[in-house]
Design a protein around this ligand. Structure first.
Ligand code: CP3
Length: 354
């Protein structure tokens, strides 16, 4: 791992976001939104004109600008690093692209042990531009709203494996699960490889100044709890364990995980992300004393403002039963979302009397 770890900024340690993540009392419920940077923002569409998604992720100035856009507009309690879960694969030389409106597409899907062994391990040198981007960004964030923490992130092994094995986005994850069930040795090697890449990618981001990390296992809900425990959890746990050594809060999130939340917490999360299908009270009951993040239905921004805010109040009230609660949507911001609704939602959550 990279030698120099930047000392955490003392102002950031007092931020509502980091306090909630550690389960400490907060002045207000902290709020940020998954996919807060992106197509819902006109200023994003403007700077992305003529620049591909991957090229934007590889340009430290553009990453800095795009990451800061929602922080400026909404005054959210945390920024999330603008990148993508497949970026570290691209950095080690996997032939892939991020197609507009589709998502990551991999030229040569992984099926055999030889395919897995052909993927190099990630070295910090592969992602020098990420180090530069995070340093630049955290320097700017330190003076926004008294110090705004940056969340670094990586895709969890299962979710990244799905793109590598399917060759692109998938609904059923059938080829991925066929490999998992049918060739457990190849599966194990693949998951270890991707897990190692994810852990190093997170270490690089924390070394450069990120205050917390989120491990996105967006598609983990595709497996049963038994299969999650046997084939997925040990690999995510190794990533979270390596990051645990860095002393920053770890958020672990997936979609359709109603019956996996307990295991996702046990995998080594400090905060468990909850999608909107699981009632917050039920989630808190499952995660055993951990902090939670979530979980307003992302479509509620299309409802009248008072309906959205009434539902947000319910989420905040339910979140009080956890040692810490970070308000978020139950999945990413939908691209057609009206930014003014997210602004109203942010102000409502931050001024809600606890
Ligand atoms: O603001 C943020 O949350 C940070 C940026 C971010 C992106 N991708 C930018 C992006 C994050 C955290 C991700 C993670 C990611 N990427 C996940 C896990 C989170 C989740 O949503 O469950 C997954 C599964 C991916 C894979 C991926 N990349 C998908 C499904 C897509 C969307 C396809 C589409 O166009 O609808 C992408 C592309 C992508 N990643 C975009 C953005 C802003 C859209 C590209 C564009 O604007 O042209």
């Amino acid at each position: 791992m990279p030698e120099q770890i930047q000392q955490p900024d003392p102002r950031l340690a007092d931020s509502a976001f980091l306090k909630a993540a550690r389960g400490e009392p907060v002045p207000h419920t902290p709020v940020w939104f998954m996919r807060q940077a992106g197509r819902s923002l006109p200023e994003y569409l403007k700077v992305r004109e003529g620049v591909s998604m991957l090229d934007s992720c590889l340009d430290p100035d553009l990453v800095t600008e795009i990451t800061l856009q929602p922080v400026r507009r909404y005054g959210v309690d945390a920024a999330i690093f603008f990148s993508d879960i497949v970026l570290p694969l691209k950095a080690v030389g996997v032939d892939l692209d991020i197609k507009p409106g589709v998502g990551p597409v991999v030229a040569n899907p992984v099926r055999t042990l030889a395919d897995v062994e052909a993927i190099p391990d990630l070295m910090p040198e592969h992602v020098g531009m990420i180090t530069q981007a995070v340093r630049q960004l955290t320097a700017e964030l330190a003076s926004i709203n008294g110090g705004t923490p940056l969340i670094g992130f990586a895709g969890a092994p299962f979710t990244v494996a799905s793109y590598l094995v399917e060759g692109g986005p998938s609904k059923e994850h059938a080829k991925t699960k066929a490999l998992m069930f049918g060739a457990p040795d190849v599966w194990d090697a693949l998951m270890r490889k991707i897990g190692g890449i994810a852990a190093t990618y997170l270490e690089v981001q924390v070394a450069a100044g990120a205050s917390a990390v989120q491990l996105f296992d967006s598609w983990a809900g595709a497996v049963t709890p038994e299969d999650y425990a046997a084939f997925v959890m040990p690999h995510s746990a190794r990533v979270l364990e390596r990051v645990g050594a860095l002393g920053v809060p770890r958020i672990h999130f997936g979609v359709g995980t109603s019956n996996l939340l307990g295991l996702m917490g046990q995998a080594g999360a400090d905060v468990v992300g909850v999608d909107w299908r699981t009632p917050m009270a039920a989630a808190i009951g499952q995660v055993g004393g951990r902090a939670v993040q979530g979980n307003l239905d992302p479509t509620l921004v299309f409802a009248p403002t008072e309906v959205m805010l009434e539902r947000a109040a319910r989420v905040i009230e339910a979140g009080r039963a956890a040692p810490g609660h970070i308000f978020n949507l139950g999945h990413g911001v939908i691209p057609t979302t009206d930014p003014d609704q997210l602004k109203r939602l942010t102000e409502f959550v931050q001024s809600y009397e606890l």
